[in-house]
Design a protein around this ligand. Structure first.
Ligand SMILES: [Mg+2]
Length: 233
């Protein structure tokens, strides 16, 4: 299916939308000799992301710090896969994961897509959850910081609101003086990238390359499973 969603402003999620987040994660697991079969790696990764989203709500409320979240998402997912993971080992995986994230590369179509949208006169930006320095490091590693100006990069810790709070999208819209119905968001997770932009009156495209199931009644304008299916007007 090809998408022909039109918009004047196009914003992207970062993690697992602009680059394959599974790769650095898989390398960290191998480095720390976590015993999973090849066929278990994707389901395990999805489980870690699931716990990440669930625990994020506690983090936003202030009852769990980011370090605790990162440990707990790993130990909980390991438990589901019959692996008892020590806190030390979880920290070691997280550290290696952060190291691997410094050498990430974007999905191959992404740089040309961002540039072609800019050449068409569109506002192109990033909206991502996480600490500013951590997310910026990834954008630098991806070379995205050289394509998208800083004033169009919105990081939750920097603005004080995080997805799935729809006010993130309202904040961006107000800050850049954009029209709600002309704004489009593209991301990979249902709860963070589909529900809140729709609630904020934005268009959205679900980049569902992990082939997940919708979780609510919300309807994205398009769903694609490959970047090159995106054809924006
Ligand atoms: Mg994502």
């Amino acid at each position: 299916m090809h998408s022909f969603t039109s918009a004047d402003a196009v914003f992207f999620d970062l993690d697992d939308t602009l680059y394959d987040q599974l790769l650095p994660f898989e390398k960290a697991l191998i480095n720390q000799q976590i015993e999973l079969e090849n066929s278990q790696i994707v389901p395990f990764y999805k489980q870690v992301r699931h716990y990440s989203d669930v625990l994020w709500k506690l983090h936003v409320k202030g009852s769990l710090n980011l370090e605790e979240l990162r440990i707990e998402r790993l130990t909980s997912a390991c438990k589901d896969f019959g692996i008892l993971l020590s806190k030390e080992k979880a920290i070691a995986i997280q550290e290696r994961y952060e190291y691997e994230q410094k050498i990430i590369t974007p999905f191959s179509e992404i740089p040309s897509l961002l540039k072609s949208l800019q050449e068409k006169g569109k506002v192109v930006g990033i909206i991502t959850n996480g600490p500013v320095a951590h997310q910026m490091k990834k954008l630098i590693a991806l070379g995205i910081d050289r394509i998208i100006p800083e004033e169009r990069i919105f990081i939750s810790d920097g603005i004080g609101i995080a997805k799935p709070d729809k006010r993130v999208f309202e904040y961006v819209q107000t800050k850049l003086n954009l029209t709600q119905s002309k704004c489009l968001y593209i991301g990979d997770t249902w709860e963070n990238d589909i529900v809140p932009p729709i609630e904020a009156g934005w268009k959205c495209i679900w980049f569902n390359h992990r082939k997940r199931k919708p979780q609510t009644h919300h309807l994205p304008n398009e769903t694609v499973t490959e970047i090159d299916e995106l054809q924006l007007k």
